[in-house]
Design a protein around this ligand. Structure first.
Ligand SMILES: *[C@@H]1O[C@H](CO)[C@@H](O)[C@H](O)[C@H]1NC(C)=O
Ligand SMILES: *[C@@H]1O[C@H](CO)[C@@H](O)[C@H](O)[C@H]1NC(C)=O
Ligand SMILES: *[C@@H]1O[C@H](CO)[C@@H](O)[C@H](O)[C@H]1NC(C)=O
Ligand SMILES: *[C@@H]1O[C@H](CO)[C@@H](O)[C@H](O)[C@H]1NC(C)=O
Ligand SMILES: *[C@@H]1O[C@H](CO)[C@@H](O)[C@H](O)[C@H]1NC(C)=O
Ligand SMILES: *[C@@H]1O[C@H](CO)[C@@H](O)[C@H](O)[C@H]1NC(C)=O
Ligand SMILES: *[C@@H]1O[C@H](CO)[C@@H](O)[C@H](O)[C@H]1NC(C)=O
Ligand SMILES: *[C@@H]1O[C@H](CO)[C@@H](O)[C@H](O)[C@H]1NC(C)=O
Ligand SMILES: *[C@@H]1O[C@H](CO)[C@@H](O)[C@H](O)[C@H]1NC(C)=O
Ligand SMILES: *[C@@H]1O[C@H](CO)[C@@H](O)[C@H](O)[C@H]1NC(C)=O
Ligand SMILES: *[C@@H]1O[C@H](CO)[C@@H](O)[C@H](O)[C@H]1NC(C)=O
Ligand SMILES: *[C@@H]1O[C@H](CO)[C@@H](O)[C@H](O)[C@H]1NC(C)=O
Length: 606
């Protein structure tokens, strides 16, 4: 025992000298040890033959181990079985660490000619366990509440360091986020929905590091962004359509939904409102109302206008008066239909009709007024009624009643006895007129527009009056036609009428020129004046008609022809010249068609 004591003392003294020589056999510490664990104090020298090694602990030094190459090791009290010494480097392993092993360790190493010394310190730490994370509240309201986390360790040696994680990202102090109590607490002011976590704290000391359990916050927010969607999305819906309105909102917990129509709550709940077989009276402004039962906040979506239109049906046109539209009167065509009418259009005979002239169309285009109504207004009228979802057409055939007018009688003015008489009376009239014939004031039975008699007699001569009567307009019109029945053969010769006419024209031309020249010269000489004026007097009718100025020889002649022509077929013609050629002349002159009509052909309204 003495020997050992003396050697360790020697080594100790030598080590002080060696230290003074500037050698340090141990790296600077501290060495961190775990409670119950092992540490190795490694020297800085390379393996060599060491004559003596001495390890001591604390102040005053207590021997841990003394080694002399010649005698072996002597292990200090309390270290038996806990140490291992490397006799070639002097490194020492210390096992089963306790808290009282913390302190300063010194070593002295002696080689053949040098003594090296070194010292270091050991700190034994307890590992961390049972890290617990707590929060003052877990259930928070966005922007209203502040959370304070605290992290605690139930066992382990300080010093502790704390790290905070939100999910996998580190939480560091910034605006609204504070770390306190040496990093043991975390304060998040006015939490947002993005602050829900999960949160962990990780506590470390030099020998260990432990995370806490995860802690997740419940952050209530919303409703926000309350949006309503209508499917199918349209501007207008036909009645009978099915629509779905769905509402969404950013909210935690999930929002409760209710529905509003024109600002009034409907009885429906839930995020979806199904409108089946929707009718026009369900049109209006729809919106949804989102409510968060926790935040007690609510939000109303932007409204959507839903317009339901009834399709058009039963289009019809009615007229006032509803029957017997008479030319010159007025008529209203009214276009009606059931359903939602957006536009009306009028067409006549397939062409669009617009106001103007005798046509007035009411502002809403429902009534088409024709005043005065004309016969050309007859036709097929169509009214097209439409709304964006449907179209309907109505047709009405309009008949304008008019006449009779434009009357005339077709047929000869003279006829030979025994020949067939055919007189045809015609008139413009809707509906067709009924006709009656009167001869010299005596009615002929029958209502045909045509008067015929197979064999004419002299007694058939006379004034034939045709009267057309329109039962709807109530109008009556008459025309008179003179017919004279002549002796057999008086109207036809051996030669054809054309040949006679040719000859007559020739003769007359020559005669006319001759007479004309003669008359001219006579006139110059002052003859004939009285006679010519008398002629004018005789033909008073014609001057009234033709505007012959009279008092002129040339015109006088013209007057005569006119007279003949105008009176063609009248008995008076015989007075002027009884020859048949004279008559033929009348016929010929008749053809070129003088503008003035013979009085017999003139119609007159009764
Ligand atoms: C031991 O821990 C301290 C701080 O706790 C550190 O500075 C030192 O480097 C650690 N020692 C070793 C050897 O890791
Ligand atoms: C040094 O240690 C080695 C093995 O660790 C051993 O064999 C040798 O005997 C030791 N030397 C002395 C002098 O004890
Ligand atoms: C962890 O620590 C808490 C108190 O901080 C304690 O109630 C609990 O029993 C500990 N659990 C363990 C396994 O040590
Ligand atoms: C939120 O905070 C405001 C004041 O900041 C308060 O008036 C309101 O009542 C709070 N909301 C709830 C649901 O507590
Ligand atoms: C805690 O949360 C993190 C991040 O989400 C995850 O990686 C980890 O596994 C969680 N730990 C536990 C104990 O649930
Ligand atoms: C938290 O909200 C309150 C009230 O709204 C406000 O006065 C305060 O400044 C906010 N704090 C932070 C860190 O945003
Ligand atoms: C609403 O939603 C839009 C996009 O979906 C988003 O850009 C906006 O920030 C949201 N507003 C709120 C208040 O959440
Ligand atoms: C609307 O829904 C009803 C029943 O759900 C169905 O009978 C009907 O055909 C649907 N109408 C349309 C236009 O799809
Ligand atoms: C809603 O309001 C609109 C416009 O004021 C109205 O036309 C519609 O009939 C209303 N709907 C209901 C169901 O009251
Ligand atoms: C047609 O309608 C107009 C205006 O609506 C009215 O003044 C006129 O009397 C109507 N005419 C008939 C024939 O009904
Ligand atoms: C024309 O249509 C309207 C609207 O649908 C209806 O009230 C009326 O009875 C119809 N008239 C006829 C003659 O069909
Ligand atoms: C009709 O009157 C004309 C003379 O005005 C006469 O010549 C004719 O014989 C009369 N006819 C009848 C059938 O009375």
């Amino acid at each position: 025992m003495d020997f050992h004591h003396s050697t360790s003392l020697t080594v100790y003294l030598l080590s002080i000298l060696g230290y003074c020589a500037g050698q340090d056999a141990l790296p600077s510490g501290p060495v961190n040890g775990t409670l119950g664990g092992n540490v190795i104090f490694k020297t800085t020298i390379n393996p060599t033959t060491l004559f003596a090694i001495s390890w001591t602990f604390g102040e005053p030094p207590v021997s841990v181990v003394d080694f002399v190459s010649s005698a072996g090791s002597v292990i200090g009290v309390g270290y038996v079985g806990r140490i291992s010494l490397d006799n070639s480097t002097g490194s020492l392993e210390l096992r089963k660490l306790t808290l009282i092993d913390s302190g300063t360790y010194r070593v002295s190493l002696r080689t053949a000619d040098v003594i090296q010394v070194g010292s270091t310190s050991l700190i034994v730490y307890e590992t961390i366990s049972n890290v617990t994370l707590r929060a003052n509240v877990i259930d928070l309201m966005e922007l209203n509440d502040t959370v304070i986390f605290s992290c605690s360790v139930s066992s382990g040696s300080s010093p502790f360091s704390y790290r905070w994680l939100n999910g996998s990202s580190e939480v560091t102090a910034r605006y609204g986020i504070q770390l306190g109590d040496g990093g043991r607490t975390l304060t998040i002011a006015n939490v947002t929905r993005y602050d829900q976590g999960p949160y962990r704290c990780i506590v470390s000391n030099p020998v260990s590091s432990k995370p806490s359990q995860n802690l997740t916050l419940i952050i209530s927010y919303g409703p926000e962004n309350t949006t309503m969607k209508v499917t199918p999305l349209d501007v207008l819906y036909g009645s009978g359509s099915n629509l779905t309105l769905s509402c969404s909102a950013e909210s935690s917990p999930s929002a409760q939904f209710q529905w509003l129509l024109n600002g009034t709550l409907l009885s429906n709940n839930g995020p979806e409102l199904r409108l089946e077989n929707i009718q026009a009276n369900q049109s209006g402004s729809y919106s949804c109302w989102a409510h968060n039962t926790r935040t007690l906040r609510y939000q109303i979506s932007e409204p959507s206008d839903i317009t339901v239109l009834e399709p058009i049906s039963g289009a019809n046109i009615t007229t006032t008066p509803n029957s017997s539209i008479i030319e010159g009167g007025s008529v209203n065509l009214t276009c009606d239909a059931s359903g939602a009418i957006i536009t009306r259009e009028w067409m006549k005979d397939g062409h669009p009709l617009s106001a103007g002239g005798n046509i007035i169309i009411s502002e809403d285009k429902r009534v088409l007024s024709i005043n005065p109504v004309k016969r050309t207004d007859s036709g097929e009228y169509r009214c097209r009624v439409s709304n964006p979802i449907s179209t309907a057409n109505a047709k009405h055939g309009l008949i304008v009643n008019y006449g009779p007018d434009g009357m005339e009688i077709m047929g000869p003015s003279e006829i030979e006895v025994g020949q067939k008489i055919t007189l045809t009376c015609s008139a413009d009239s809707i509906p067709t007129s009924s006709y009656t014939w009167v001869l010299n004031g005596t009615e002929i039975p029958g209502h045909s527009p045509e008067f015929t008699k197979e064999k004419s007699e002299y007694s058939d001569s006379g004034d034939y009056t045709c009267t057309a009567t329109n039962n709807v307009t109530g109008n009556k019109t008459s025309v008179v036609h003179k017919l004279s029945v002549k002796t057999e053969g008086s109207l036809s010769q051996g030669l054809s009428a054309g040949a006679i006419a040719g000859i007559v024209i020739g003769v007359l031309l020559v005669l006319g020129v001759a007479v004309g020249v003669a008359v001219y010269f006579m006139k110059i000489k002052g003859f004939f004046k009285k006679e010519s004026s008398r002629s004018v007097g005789n033909t008073g009718k014609s001057s009234a008609n033709g505007g012959g100025p009279g008092g002129n020889q040339d015109l006088n002649y013209a007057d005569i022809t006119q007279f003949q022509k105008r009176d063609g077929g009248s008995v008076q013609l015989g007075n002027l010249g009884t020859s048949s050629t004279e008559y033929a002349q009348v016929r010929v002159n008749n053809r070129p068609g003088q503008p003035a009509e013979p009085p017999t052909y003139k119609s007159h309204h009764s």
